[in-house]
Design a protein around this ligand. Structure first.
Ligand SMILES: [Cu+2]
Length: 186
């Protein structure tokens, strides 16, 4: 009887150790998945109401600073604030891997695959009505014609993406200077 109890106890311990081990193994696989972060540093106090969520650590780029970097006198088209970015902007992954894309910014963004990088859905952010002489970006056809059609990733959202082999271009259809190339090898 004593032996049976010892055996049961031993088995319980073994099962516990095994399940902890398998949880750790699964967590490890997840942490090895390639990730892209959609980032911005919008200041919720100065951005138009509803555009910039208040994060645990809110950004400090004011709306005036954001607009100030939309154009440069040295460029005929939109430049865009560099804090609005995909991080990293180039990633080499294997085909069997799952890409995890998370919006870590305060604003909504899209992670839209395009054949060619171009403008997005918001005319102002494409350079329409920019300084005299501005040539607006031509919208990428993959970006919807209206903002209602945008596949927005809200702050904190994550999507998992599987990609075929080859180079894939992604851009934000709101802030078209947010770009990344995901290079998928066999
Ligand atoms: Cu964006």
């Amino acid at each position: 009887m004593q032996r049976v109890r010892m055996l049961a106890y031993g088995l319980t311990v073994l099962v516990c150790v095994w399940s902890i081990g398998s949880i750790a193994a699964r967590a490890q696989v997840k942490s090895q998945d390639p990730r892209v972060s959609l980032m911005d540093t919008c200041d919720p106090n100065t951005f138009p109401a509803g555009l910039c969520a208040v994060l645990a650590r809110p950004g400090d780029t004011t709306f005036t600073e954001f607009l100030g970097l939309l154009f440069s006198p040295l460029s005929p088209t939109v430049i865009g604030h560099p804090a609005w970015r995909f991080e990293p902007s180039y990633l080499d992954v294997r085909q069997r891997q799952t890409l995890r894309v998370t919006n870590n910014g305060g604003e909504g963004h899209t992670f839209t695959e395009v054949a060619h990088f171009g403008g997005g859905t918001v005319p102002l952010l494409n350079g329409v009505n920019g300084p005299a002489g501005t040539t607006p970006l031509i919208p990428a056809p993959e970006c919807p014609a209206t903002q209602a059609g945008l596949a927005v990733l809200a702050p904190g959202d994550t999507v998992a993406i599987k990609l075929a082999a080859g180079a894939h271009n992604f851009q934000c259809c709101i802030h078209p200077w947010m770009r990344a190339v995901i290079d998928v090898g066999e």
